[in-house]
Design a protein around this ligand. Structure first.
Ligand code: NAD
Ligand code: UD1
Length: 343
């Protein structure tokens, strides 16, 4: 069993991954400054993971950019590998506050890498994003597609991938995976942990859930004239538990192979339109989801869908859950926690 450092482990994807890692028997130190999360998520992770889990999860409240905080996190126990989720992720905010995004996402990653080298830990799983493909030329999108981000958030992800490539090439011993997530959604089936966006959600899935639960009146569908079957945008939605299991598979692959640098799409390979998501959510929740067709949102592509074959080849991993499972589990979380963790 490994001892792992999880940056940003209290957040949406980090908390679900912590649960899967604890269930696999690993011990964890979580470094999080709770800027976009609540310690309550980790309390619930421990509750779900069972009696011994509390002794295997140490929480360090701190910032990934801080040398002192990183030192504290590395001193919990010798670290075999790091999963780096900590970062800022709102596209619109990244356009109005680019320096904050470069500082946290790129500066934070750089500080983390220095601390890893200082503590002789060279195994890293990095949360990258399909956002770095920008407007793709072809779908499904393979990892070999051009990296052409179209906003500062995407630029920071591309910059970190570049930094990791340089590092992997600089000396033997680094084992690095860049995981390009497509659209992570859903929740743990217990309804105890899930996505808890701050303020008005930017993303489709939490917006639909909040309309269904009565927190918001109506959804804007951004564009009804896309070149898709029903005119609404198509995305590759991946259940967050599939994504969490993808991290476990990646970690196993890194810890058991001599791989220096692995860059993988994590997606299902199946696209759903906005209207399909609304209709499935309505059918499962039994709630109305009123919507109006609005104009297209700047920066949106018509269709983004992963080519997930490389991840299957390299990790023996593929998604198991479908849109029905996503809506069922997302709704269970939203219904039981209409105000999220209520921070
Ligand atoms: P999230 O905001 O829920 O989680 C991020 C966590 O990092 C939060 O707990 C936050 O408090 C913490 N954090 C932020 N800045 C920090 C700092 N300076 N020091 C320490 N902790 C800090 O986001 P998420 O959806 O779980 O995303 C996790 C990662 O995956 C991010 O890097 C994000 O860019 C990437 N990603 C997310 C998506 C998505 O749709 N959710 C898609 C692609 C990539
Ligand atoms: C967005 C980000 C992307 C980020 C990803 C995950 C943009 C342009 N892209 O991806 O960089 O990695 O989130 O966090 O912001 N939609 C509506 N109404 C809404 C919200 C969304 O119709 O209120 C539509 C969108 O037009 C899109 C689909 O739903 O067709 C999914 O949107 P969203 O959940 O925001 O994800 P992405 O835009 O794919």
């Amino acid at each position: 069993m490994a001892h792992l450092l999880i940056t940003g482990g209290a957040g949406f994807i980090g908390s679900h991954t912590c649960l899967v890692l604890l269930e696999a028997g690993h011990s964890l130190a979580v470094l999080d400054n709770f800027t976009n999360s609540s310690p309550e998520s980790l309390r619930r992770v421990v509750e779900l993971a069972g009696p011994s889990a509390g002794r295997r999860l140490e929480v360090v409240r701190g910032d990934v950019r801080s040398h002192e905080d990183l030192k504290q996190a590395f001193e919990v126990a010798p670290v075999d590998g790091v999963l780096h989720f900590a970062g800022l992720k709102a596209v619109g905010e990244s356009m109005s506050q680019p320096l904050r995004y470069w500082d946290t996402n790129v500066g934070g990653s750089r500080s983390l890498l220095s601390a890893m080298a200082a503590h002789d830990c060279r195994t890293l799983v990095f949360s990258s994003s399909a956002t770095l493909y920008g407007y793709p030329d072809t779908v499904p999108i393979p990892e070999s597609a051009p990296v052409r981000p179209i906003n500062p958030y995407g630029h920071t992800k591309a910059a970190v991938e570049r930094m990791l490539g340089d590092l992997a090439a600089s000396e033997p011993g680094w084992r690095i995976a860049c995981l390009r997530y497509f659209n992570p959604v859903g929740a743990h089936p217990s309804g105890r942990i899930g996505e808890d966006p701050n303020g008005i959600p930017n993303n489709l899935f939490p917006f639909i859930s909040q309309v269904a639960v009565g927190r918001r009146a109506c959804l804007d569908v951004f564009g009804g004239d896309w070149p898709t079957a029903d005119g609404s945008g198509v995305r590759d939605y991946i259940h967050v538990m599939d994504l969490a299991e993808g991290h476990l598979a990646t970690l196993d692959a890194l810890l058991t192979s001599g791989e220096q640098l692995l860059t993988l799409n994590l997606g299902s390979g199946r696209g759903y339109s906005v209207l399909e998501v609304i209709n499935t959510f309505r059918a499962i929740s039994g709630k109305a989801v009123p919507y109006t067709i609005a104009s297209r949102r700047d920066g949106d592509a018509a269709i983004t869908v992963a080519d997930p074959q490389l991840a299957e080849q390299r990790l023996g991993w593929k998604t198991k859950r479908n849109l029905h499972d996503i809506c069922r589990d997302g709704w269970a979380w939203q219904q039981a926690n209409p105000k999220g963790y209520s921070r």
